[in-house]
Design a protein around this ligand. Structure first.
Ligand SMILES: NC(=O)C1=CN([C@@H]2O[C@H](COP(=O)(O)OP(=O)(O)OC[C@H]3O[C@@H](n4cnc5c(N)ncnc54)[C@H](O)[C@@H]3O)[C@@H](O)[C@H]2O)C=CC1
Ligand SMILES: O=C(CO)COP(=O)(O)O
Length: 336
């Protein structure tokens, strides 16, 4: 039996712990709050994040990080992206020396503009070949309810990706692999921004044509951005790109969609943040992604209009990034 640790006991960390345990691993979760650890360990529940879900007997939890990672052959990380660096700094003394570190997160660090795998490599002082990422259409509650789902595990060392994928699979969850870490991570980051836009559209009351137009242009926008940063185009057509875009833009379970919907209904950014009791990564990714795009001169009309709505510089009813063009003459539909 493989021993693994999952650091972060929110909705995705706990769900992924269940995925791993149902695949045959012995899982120890690290929860920041002792009462959360106690509930998981003693009642096999995490009612705040996963109501109605009973966790497997081979999953336990502790608020003691050293205890969580002791003997772990793989370590999974699932905290909000802006908290990752500080979390790692506090865990550094207890991290196992050789275990792969696996990011379950979908964000870019504000300030440094680094992807999560880059933050892990830098903060933990490990080579990129020891850092893997998981991404795909993975709404936590659906997976906790065992709806059949697929994901991608990515690492520059494909053997490490395969080792993780062998553990991160079970009867209802399948992990494919690739070595395109840049594309896999940016797919997860950028679809969040499109989902905020779709939420705004939904809140305003526009219909499926508007949503489909923005989702399709969103795929082109995220593909252009990711490819310009070194991603492979095909990755953006896969689970970590198109797949996650569809899931996140279609579901009220998505926190990014929900945050956008509240903006579309007229709530301010502050109200939205106050009303969300889970992380909506898109809100904190906007600034670093916009900076990365500006540095390479990549047009990002969806991101820009979401930003204008959040800054209250655009009425949500005016959001229509697919109508944005400087061209006087009709132009070819560019797909990336
Ligand atoms: N929930 C989902 O459906 C999915 C989430 N993700 C990604 O997983 C990451 C984590 O998201 P969720 O688990 O959904 O968020 P969440 O909001 O449900 O839980 C976050 C967890 O991190 C903990 N936390 C917050 N600040 C912390 C700190 N400073 N140190 C340690 N722990 C801290 C919270 O107590 C909570 O347990 C995000 O990057 C998200 O984009 C990825 C795929 C699916
Ligand atoms: O990443 C996700 C689905 O793949 C979860 O999306 P939200 O963070 O918007 O809930």
């Amino acid at each position: 039996m493989v021993d693994v640790a999952v650091l972060g006991a929110g909705s995705w960390g706990t769900t992924f712990g269940k995925v791993l345990a149902d695949g045959g691993a012995r899982v120890t979760m690290w929860a920041r709050r002792p009462e959360a650890a106690r509930e998981i360990a003693e009642s096999r529940r995490n009612t705040r994040y996963l109501p109605g879900i009973t966790l497997p007997a081979t999953l336990t939890a502790t608020a003691d990080a050293a205890e969580a990672v002791a003997g772990a052959e793989q370590v999974y990380l699932a905290v909000p992206s802006q908290q990752l660096r500080a979390t790692l700094a506090s865990l550094l003394p207890v991290l196992p020396p050789d275990a792969p570190l696996v990011s379950l997160m979908k964000g870019v660090e504000a300030g440094t503009r680094l992807r999560m795998s880059e933050v892990i490599a830098e903060a933990a002082g490990v080579p990129a070949s020891r850092v893997a990422v998981v991404s795909g259409p993975n709404l936590a509650l659906e997976i906790a309810q065992e709806h059949p789902t697929a994901a991608v595990v990515s690492c520059v060392d494909i053997e490490v990706a395969k080792a993780v994928a062998r553990v991160a699979r079970n009867d209802y969850f399948h992990s494919f692999v690739n070595d395109d870490v840049i594309g896999t991570e940016f797919g997860g980051v950028l679809k969040n921004l499109v989902a905020v836009a779709i939420g705004i559209v939904d809140g305003v009351g526009y219909g499926e044509n508007t949503k489909a137009s923005i989702i399709t242009r969103g795929l082109a926008e995220l593909t252009a951005f990711a490819v310009a940063h070194g991603a492979q185009r095909e990755t953006m057509q896969g689970l970590a790109g198109l797949g996650d875009l569809i899931a996140t833009c279609s579901s009220p379970l998505s926190r990014n969609f929900t945050a956008g919907r509240l903006l579309g209904l007229g709530y301010s950014r502050q109200d939205v943040v106050a009303r969300m009791n889970q992380v909506a990564e898109g809100l904190s990714s906007i600034a670093p992604v916009a900076e990365l795009a500006a540095a390479r001169g990549i047009p990002m009309p969806i991101l820009e209009q979401v930003r204008l709505v959040i800054d209250e510089a655009m009425d949500p009813r005016d959001i229509a990034p697919h109508l944005t063009t400087d061209d006087a003459e009709p132009t070819l539909e560019m797909l990336s």
